[in-house]
Design a binder for this molecule. Structure first.
Ligand code: AMP
Length: 566
């Protein structure tokens, strides 16, 4: 879906909200936002067909925040979600967008959480309630949640709620809300049962569909990597190391991400630059020029600024963050395979984004092949290959007259043969970037210095037996034997909630009142914050870095020592 709106400023949003978006690094509204925000702001009902990854949360959260009356401490917005994870995620989004609206209260409500806490917060007054249908029904029945002042109701992922058998509950809740409230219904698909709910409960809804127009992208080889185990940054650097790439463009969602990722890639030895809407036209043009002439090999860009970019050397497009719609995908990958050359497009997809992946396959009428990450051996082989080529190039292009007698002398004086000397030289040469990736020598790129300092201290970092190349970090969680948890409960919770495949979860050790678990280094902050709240057998994990926890404890006792658990 295309729209003339390219700037949040065009959307009649107030300063505090625009400021929050600016700070979040959002550059332009996604298609569902451009189309949906005005509709909701004007108070219409909305039927939106959009999946996760399209930016639908902001499409309803922003205009609903705008319509709130802060002075009225009654629930004015209710969002129903199929899962507690989504409820928490949506609540966090509201909170982030409302960071400059002081006094706004957002409350996620879901089963499994203490009723007492929920009641206390409800009594204190909340403006926005987000919850799963079952728990919301409980509160309505007990009259602990008052919806008499409700102005807007959102049904998020309605088809998921249908699939999970919540539709009756949803209708019951709809019937227990004031009749004049606004309803926005979002669903990835529109099965009849959902249409029926819409017909029954929505008033002349405006319909918005994020189109999947079909397009051909024949010359481009498309692959995807299922995010899990490694951090995306580590995955990207590994792929970059083994792929035969000339120049690459890496797409991210925010201006902030473009700068940060470009810096990180630069630190890992790739000539990289950011390209985003905060940069002046002149600077953008210079960056593109430098990509053309080889000063940079990688540009980390947001969608807007990459429009129309035509650089023939681009052999690879990385969709580091998944695009909002299939059209954006087609546009992004069209930056490679220019002028009849071959191109490769690689997409990073988290479990929650699988639907978008399928939509892209349908729209491009091409299956996208799943790829595995290059292994230690692949990287090692690749480095050896490059090393050999370097030697051959030197033999061919350099004058070595000065060096021959030195080697001959060494041979004579110490009775060593030339191949031994060559091996010793090879060893010297590769010290910085080992050719052989032993357990003690993970790829340099996957253990940048600053991050190592933050990790556990003097002892060697733990490693995963099946994936010794992955550096692990030891975390402490506040559930242990006394809570009757088993290792499999912990694996299950972390695998589900952090989207880390179980095989990447390392050693778990249970103690009386806590446990330790080894997880791949580089866990994104968002995941970490989310994991803090995840519960196992009703007990929140309250995850922390094992070292940090002890440091805090020691501080309390006046010592500043850092010791390690485990
Ligand atoms: P959703 O489809 O609502 O689950 O959003 C997917 C992700 O996109 C979230 O991480 C949002 O923070 C991010 N996002 C949403 N809208 C924008 C935007 N206009 N610019 C950049 N990122 C966005």
């Amino acid at each position: 879906m295309s729209s003339a709106i390219t700037d949040f400023g065009q959307l009649a949003l107030s300063t505090p909200i625009l400021r929050a978006l600016e700070e979040a690094g959002y550059e332009t509204p996604s298609p569902i936002q451009a189309a949906g925000i005005p509709v909701i702001l004007e108070g219409h009902d909305l039927l939106g067909q959009a999946q996760t990854g399209t930016g639908k949360t902001a499409a309803f959260a922003l205009p609903l925040l705008e319509r709130l009356e802060l002075s009225n401490k009654q629930a004015q917005v209710l969002v129903l979600t199929p899962t507690r994870e989504l409820a928490i995620q949506v609540a966090e989004a509201f909170q982030a967008y409302a960071r400059h609206l002081p006094g706004l209260h957002v409350l996620p409500i879901y089963g499994g959480q203490s009723m007492a806490i929920q009641l206390k917060q409800l009594r204190r007054g909340v403006h926005v309630v987000i919850g799963t249908p079952g728990r919301i029904m409980d509160h309505l029945r007990r009259q602990t949640l008052d919806l008499s002042a409700l102005r807007s109701l959102v049904l998020d992922e309605a088809d998921e709620m249908l699939r999970m058998g919540f539709l009756e509950d949803v209708e019951w809740i709809l019937e227990h809300t004031p009749p004049q409230r606004q309803v926005a219904l979002f669903s990835a698909t529109m099965p009849d049962a959902i249409r029926k709910v819409a017909r029954r409960h929505l008033h002349q809804p405006r319909e918005i569909k994020i189109e999947s127009r079909t397009s051909t992208v024949a010359a481009i080889k498309q692959k995807y990597w299922q995010v899990g185990g490694l951090h995306k940054l580590d995955a990207l650097t590994r792929i970059l190391e083994v792929e035969d790439f000339d120049a690459a463009i890496v797409f991210v969602r925010t201006k902030t991400a473009s700068v940060e990722l470009a810096e990180k890639l630069e630190a890992r030895g790739f000539a990289s630059a950011a390209l985003n809407g905060d940069m002046s036209q002149a600077l953008r043009e210079r960056t593109i020029e430098q990509l053309k002439n080889g000063r940079h090999d990688i540009v980390v860009a947001t969608d807007v600024v990459a429009r129309g970019l035509d650089v023939k050397r681009i052999t690879h497009v990385f969709n580091y963050d998944i695009p909002y719609d299939t059209e954006a995908y087609v546009h992004r990958i069209g930056r490679t395979g220019r002028a009849g050359r071959e191109g490769t497009a690689i997409l990073f997809v988290s479990t929650r984004e699988t639907r978008m992946l399928r939509a892209i396959e349908r729209a491009t009428r091409q299956p996208i092949e799943r790829m595995r990450l290059p292994s230690r051996d692949d990287i090692s082989n690749r480095r050896v290959e490059r090393f050999k080529q370097q030697i051959l190039d030197t033999l061919e292009n350099e004058t070595l007259d000065f060096f021959h007698p030195i080697i001959e002398q060494l041979q004579r004086e110490h009775a060593v043969d030339a191949s031994h000397i060559a091996a010793a030289l090879a060893f010297q040469l590769q010290k910085e970037r080992p050719l052989q990736l032993l357990e003690q020598h993970p790829p340099r790129e996957s253990r940048p210095e600053p991050r190592r300092e933050k990790s556990l201290g003097a002892t060697a970092a733990p490693r995963l037996r099946r994936h010794p190349e992955i550096e692990m970090v030891r975390y402490r969680i506040e559930v242990g034997r006394k809570h009757e948890v088993a290792v499999k409960d912990i694996v299950g919770a972390i695998a589900n909630e952090a989207e880390i495949e179980a095989r990447y979860i390392g050693h778990i050790k249970l103690y009386h009142d806590h446990s330790t678990v080894d997880l791949p280094d580089g866990m994104p902050e968002e995941t970490f914050q989310h994991l803090r709240k995840v519960r196992v057998r009703q007990h929140p994990l309250r995850i922390s870095r094992a070292g940090e926890y002890t440091r805090k404890k020691h501080h309390k006792h006046g010592k500043a020592m850092l010791s390690q658990h485990g």
